[in-house]
Design a protein around this ligand. Sequence first.
Ligand SMILES: Nc1ncnc2c1ncn2[C@@H]1O[C@H](COP(=O)(O)OP(=O)(O)OP(=O)(O)O)[C@@H](O)[C@H]1O
Ligand SMILES: O=P(O)(O)O[C@H]1[C@H](O)[C@H](O)[C@H](OP(=O)(O)O)[C@@H](OP(=O)(O)O)[C@@H]1O
Ligand SMILES: [Mg+2]
Ligand SMILES: [Mg+2]
Length: 360
Amino acid sequence: MSAPPPTPICQRYRVGYALPSNKVQTFIQPSLVDQAKQKGVDLVPLDLSKPIVDQGFFHCIVHKLYGQGWNEQLKDYASKYPNSVIVDPPERIERLHSRVSMLEVVSRLEIPQLRLQLQGRGSESESESESESESLAVPKQVVVQDSEGLKSPELLLLKFGMKLPVIAKPVEADGSARSHDMYLVINSKGLKNLTTPIVVQEFVNHGGVVFKVYVVGDHVKCVKRRSLPDIPAPAPVTGEQEEQISSTSLSSEAEEVGLLAFSHISNSAAQSEEDDGNVNKAEMPSVGFVEAVGRALRQALGLQLFNFDLIRDCTSGSGHQYSKNKYYVIDINYFPGFAKMPCFEQVLSDFFLKCCHPTP
Ligand SMILES: Nc1ncnc2c1ncn2[C@@H]1O[C@H](COP(=O)(O)OP(=O)(O)OP(=O)(O)O)[C@@H](O)[C@H]1O
Ligand SMILES: O=P(O)(O)O[C@H]1[C@H](O)[C@H](O)[C@H](OP(=O)(O)O)[C@@H](OP(=O)(O)O)[C@@H]1O
Ligand SMILES: [Mg+2]
Ligand SMILES: [Mg+2]
């Protein structure tokens, strides 16, 4: 029996997009354009050389551009075309442009079925550490505004309940190349070598795997990616001994300056079979947990297109109950590399259609 003729599409929808040129290359792939077209959605590039209010009605505009001028354009457009759906409003995206405000949202999530142990809030009772349900936290972190704050690194870490190694990250997460310049800091000398302002975040051993959770409207998809390897906790050492902590995974110059620079590690190819092995054998978090966090973040952020990086706490050793289901959110990204997500054409074209034609 032959397949029924495709349902005639009685209306076509225009989705305008404004993306950096590199993202047009990676995201607006012919496969996406074709699949959207089959569903009645025409993906149209906005002409950024002229005001978007002069370019006609778009049922939906998706974008990943920043700046006052662009934000003003979107505001003008929304007031001229109140029925057009802007994905997403710039004032909500801005919260993800700081590594402080992006994680503060996690600290305030209300997810009933989860045990939220958040910095300074809640504490793990005996019974919780045995329970199977997942818990969600954010790593301890502090913004060091100027070099004065790094003068006595031991005091700084002690004050915020952190210990070496730590990860140092730019405060701004604004999509610039610099915003991805990270440092693994292994000793006090490394801390003193940092350029401020900078976020100093506790390093959580997580088995060398990061779970990237993509959110596209109400669709949530978790994938595994390579991450930094675990760093064995050094035996408690006094200040003068810490210089002798040799870390095999660090080069001699990294040991010399006390820090290792890296960037975009979750996008880089595995360096070894072991790397790949860690990723392949890592157990995925439960779908229910991932979806609960994704939906709660979407609600709290008021955003429809983002992903977040989840790591499972693999810290073991004296004084720390190894809790298989303790997770940390370490990063949230606006309009990430959706083309890396399985079936991205179907997911995104369905999303665009839903934005243009919300089914009751
Ligand atoms: N607190 C942490 N503990 C352990 N590893 C961490 C921590 N924070 C970051 N990392 C490692 O560093 C990598 C980069 O960190 P992060 O995701 O914050 O940077 P980013 O530049 O925003 O990355 P992305 O490319 O995902 O936007 C993470 O994928 C993880 O491998
Ligand atoms: O592997 P993913 O999809 O997470 O990689 C993303 C990354 O997380 C950031 O979202 C990058 O955007 P910026 O933070 O703005 O640099 C994405 O780069 P882009 O060129 O695709 O926007 C990465 O794909
Ligand atoms: Mg990340
Ligand atoms: Mg990021």
